[in-house]
Design a protein around this ligand. Structure first.
Ligand code: SF4
Length: 401
């Protein structure tokens, strides 16, 4: 998508936790996606891609002008290195554009094997130009800055190192120093730095305070989520090359909705040269429709502090849910794979890849064999009369929870 615009704007890098989410993100405007293979990534519980799926992912992304970055950012023990060289070579063969790496030994192995371009993972916590220059000398072509970096830091690091710089623009934050955390190891026996983070920092902790103080401080380690929408000009002015959306474990609704918002905002900038859009509130409202904690700008402008803590349970303000994605079109109907049940006569919203969403009434629900339905069931395929803007992978949202 970026190629069609009038002047360079940052890559919009979306999470692809599955092939379906990858296609959704690309069609909603991502210019790159990142995904995990079966080994070496930091999301052991995600639907990580096998070789065949990775080939399909690369083919689909490249056919739509998007790049594919593969995470290889676990911190490895010696025994994990068996097969790594062959894996790196194979990723190159498949056509993967880069690998995202944290571990020095992995960087060296990938480069020696002639694997894809190497990007330094946020897990390596690069926060200064001296470190960036060293990483560059090792063969790294891009640094994904630590989440503690500000936009000013990004600008200085890019200028001094000449490296491409990637920063998070949206999604969950890590309370630890970009993943250097062993709370899950101790509380759940799961190794955060080998893909096993159990989000232990999100849990409620009793810390020996009085009842009223405890009430206010039970979730004292749970960070709010990053929302960089209002700082997009700052990212562009700092020369940030890639804006990363966190969330490989999140839903297809999240992948489509969040990608769409940032893609539209960047396209607006490319066209008008500013972010002063009367659509800002509309975009912000879209970002409140996905599962999220309270939003923060974290360390983009000033260091994160106690106002960055989300002292509460997991999600807030979810205003809509996905009724289902469109998985096929017939000559008179769109076929929806139901994720959340809805009823005949219910108001739904079709979210096209570009342009305004449109509400419509589900006034004729049918099974695939055209038997009428009163109510849908999650997991089933149902037909609804075709409306303009319908296409495969377009999301249909329910306005009720
Ligand atoms: S438990 Fe929380 S702080 Fe620790 S790695 Fe996971 S997200 Fe980060």
């Amino acid at each position: 998508m970026t190629k069609k615009l009038n002047f360079p704007i940052p890559e919009l890098l979306a999470p692809a936790g599955s092939l379906e989410k990858l296609k959704t993100a690309v069609l909603y405007g991502a210019s790159a996606v990142y995904l995990g293979g079966q080994r070496y990534g930091l999301r052991a519980a995600a639907d990580n891609f096998n070789r065949e799926q990775m080939i399909m992912a690369v083919q689909f992304a490249h056919a739509h002008g998007a790049k594919v970055h593969v995470v290889l950012n676990a911190f490895l023990h010696d025994s994990d290195f068996v097969g790594l060289s062959e894996y790196a070579k194979d990723l190159r063969l498949i056509g993967v554009d880069s690998v995202i790496v944290s571990d020095l030994g992995v960087i060296q192995t990938v480069i020696a094997a002639g694997g894809p371009e190497v990007h330094l993972s946020t897990q390596a916590s690069c926060l200064n130009a001296s470190a960036a220059k060293l990483w560059k000398a090792m063969g790294v072509t891009r640094v994904v800055l630590g989440r503690e970096a500000s936009l000013e830091d990004a600008k200085a690091i890019k200028l001094a190192s000449g490296l491409e710089v990637e920063m998070f623009v949206h999604g969950s934050m890590c309370m630890a120093f970009s993943g250097h955390c062993v709370i899950s190891n101790y509380t759940q026996g799961r190794d955060s730095n080998r893909g096993g983070c159990a989000h232990s920092c999100r849990h409620e902790y009793r810390i020996g305070l009085s009842d009223s103080e405890q009430e206010k401080n039970s979730f004292f380690m749970s960070s709010k989520d990053l929302e960089g929408l209002r700082q997009l000009k700052g990212y562009v002015d700092a020369g940030v090359d890639s804006l990363k959306i966190e969330g490989r474990m999140k839903s297809v609704h999240y992948a489509g909705t969040v990608t769409r918002v940032y893609a539209e905002a960047l396209a607006h900038y490319a066209e008008h040269g500013n972010f002063l859009s009367d659509r800002l509130e509309e975009w912000a409202s879209e970002l409140r429709k996905v599962h999220h904690r309270a939003y923060t700008e974290a360390s983009l402008i000033k260091p994160a502090d106690e106002s960055s803590i989300h002292n509460g349970r997991d999600s807030e303000g979810v205003e809509s849910a996905v009724a289902g994605p469109i998985v096929a079109l017939t000559k008179d109907a769109m076929v929806i794979e139901v994720r959340k049940k809805f009823r005949l006569g219910e108001e739904l919203e079709l979210v096209p890849f570009r342009g305004k969403s449109q509400t419509f009434t589900a006034n004729r629900l049918r099974t695939l064999s055209d038997n009428p339905l009163e109510e849908t069931k999650p997991g089933s395929l149902v037909k609804i009369d075709l409306i303009p803007g319908a296409a495969e992978h377009v999301l249909v949202r329910s306005t009720g929870i």
